[in-house]
Design a protein around this ligand. Structure first.
Ligand code: ADP
Ligand code: MG
Ligand code: ZN
Length: 477
């Protein structure tokens, strides 16, 4: 029998608020343990939660951008379970009346658009964190700085059919939440974590197979690798006639394998009930409409505009729009006068390579888009060669200085003046009589050899076109 994978993701995105979901404690990352706490997020008796309006606004923004229906009377619910990082012994989440439902996003798979359904987006509080290294190596400690930090949980339909699609989907969600400023999307700080639900079904059948849920995966690559492993593992189990066990698993990024953690809990295990300490969230349609009107241009719209207005390929625009800051930098370079294709090549090529190496982005740059545009103009005008352009770019990146100044300081200007080059051309011919003879006897390729000699002698600064013309003239019979 042939099987096909069925995948659905639950993604937790930390909402970019200053304070926690139900108290005024700071959400700042990296503070000393338990500094960001108060009676509410410590779960002390009698302390009462008050909903953070900003968190609701951010989740609504995300819901609108993902084509969800926004519920005007949504409600928080208690999800009861015991764990030492959860001081109240319940998490305030949403269950029956989530804030957003029935949306979708699009991903590009092998050049084709595919829709992935969003079942729901609800708001909930994060838990704290257990720390296993401390004064007493045998003890466990708890840090509640993260307890009560607002999350949006984005639950997808089981619409994904490969590990690679799941990765693309998670990247799309990351792109959206950062475009919208709904989440800072900092993966290293755990701002975006995915639970991957994976099952196999008989190819072509409608019925879903039993799934496993691999928890808390915090990188795009890990999502892909964890799912790829899980698909293979389940395939083997089925091939050997063993049933898939409905369970929660953990991903180990070192061995690239998943391991059982616990049997899967079900909704009734949590004894959900409406949160009695909080009133329902009542939204006014006008407020939601105002949020909709304030949405920025989103990645799909940007991509369509770049293709239409700039004539760039689908691949190029996909790369350019993924990160909003990069896209805006690129647009700045074009606005400053550079041809879109040239601007795209520099931004996706040399600049992206430096960003990768330095784990940096446009916000870290020492120069604005106008400087890159100026450098591109100098190359187009022949003031510097494209090879020298690379050197100018490196210096631009390092110092942020104006390209013209860099060229002056480093003496990188391209020499196009015939009178300045003639002597060097003459010497290249005089020094190589044998090659001249070969050229004259019909070996046209020797021309390239002479160009190379002149470029070497000028440290790459000679304008190759001018050198070519000079050589042809001098070698003409
Ligand atoms: P829970 O919250 O207990 O994990 P949900 O019903 O909310 O349960 O489902 C969570 C996720 O699991 C959703 O993203 C959904 O698309 C996905 N899912 C449900 N059934 C399957 C299945 N058989 N195979 C793969 N994914 C599934
Ligand atoms: Mg789940
Ligand atoms: Zn608090």
């Amino acid at each position: 029998m042939e099987f096909e994978p069925v995948i659905g993701l639950e993604i937790h995105a930390q909402l970019a608020t200053e304070s926690k979901l139900f108290c005024t404690c700071s959400t700042e990352f990296g503070k000393p343990a338990n500094e960001n706490t108060c009676p509410v997020c410590l779960g002390l008796p009698g302390a009462l939660p008050v909903t953070n309006r900003k968190a609701i606004e951010l989740a609504v923004r995300l819901g609108l951008a993902t084509h969800c229906t926004i519920r005007l009377d949504s409600q928080f619910a208690r999800k009861n379970y015991f764990y030492p990082d959860l001081p109240k012994a319940y998490q305030i989440s949403q269950y029956e009346r989530p804030l957003c439902e029935n949306g979708w996003v699009e991903i590009q798979v092998n050049g084709q658009s595919r829709r992935v359904g969003i079942t729901r987006i609800h708001v909930e509080e994060d838990a704290g964190k257990l720390v296993h290294e401390g004064v007493d190596p045998k003890a466990s400690y708890v840090d509640l700085n993260r307890a009560g930090v607002p999350l949006a949980e984005i639950v997808s339909e089981p619409d994904l059919s490969s590990a690679e699609e799941a990765r693309l989907y998670m990247e799309k969600i990351h792109s959206l939440v950062t475009y919208l400023n709904v989440s800072r999307g900092n993966m290293e700080q755990g701002n975006l974590r995915a639970d991957a639900n994976v099952s196999l079904r008989v190819k072509g059948s409608e019925a879903l197979g039993t799934r496993t849920e691999t928890k808390n995966i915090n990188s795009f690559r890990f999502v892909r690798d964890a799912i790829a492993y899980e698909i293979d593992r389940q395939r083997e189990e089925l091939a050997e006639g063993r049933p898939i066990v409905l369970e929660t698993r953990l991903y180990d990024s070192l061995s690239k394998t998943t391991h059982p953690m616990r049997s899967k809990e079900e909704a009734h295990d949590y004894r959900y009930f409406p949160e009695p300490d909080l009133p329902p969230i009542r939204l006014e349609q006008a407020w939601v409409d105002a949020i909709r009107a304030s949405l920025p241009e989103l990645p799909d719209e940007k991509a369509a505009r770049y293709q239409r207005d700039f004539g760039l390929s689908a691949y190029d625009v996909g790369v350019l729009v993924a990160d909003r800051a990069v896209a805006e930098f690129f647009e700045g370079v074009v606005a400053a006068g550079a041809a879109p294709k040239k601007a795209a090549n520099w931004v996706m090529g040399d600049l992206a390579a430096r960003f990768n190496e330095d784990k940096a982005g446009p916000a870290d740059l020492k120069f604005g888009p106008d400087r890159l545009a100026e450098m591109i103009r100098m190359i187009e005008a022949g003031e510097i060669s494209s090879k020298m352009g690379k050197a100018v770019f490196e210096e631009l990146y390092a110092s942020g200085k104006a390209p013209a100044e860099i060229v002056r300081e480093k003496g990188l200007a391209q020499v196009s003046d015939e009178s300045a080059l003639e002597g060097i051309v003459d010497r290249a011919l005089a020094d190589n009589p044998e090659q001249v003879a070969q050229y004259k006897s019909g070996r046209d390729k020797m021309l390239g050899y002479f160009v190379g000699q002149v470029m070497k002698a000028t440290g790459g600064q000679a304008n190759p076109q001018v050198v070519n013309d000079l050589l042809r003239n001098k070698l003409a019979p």
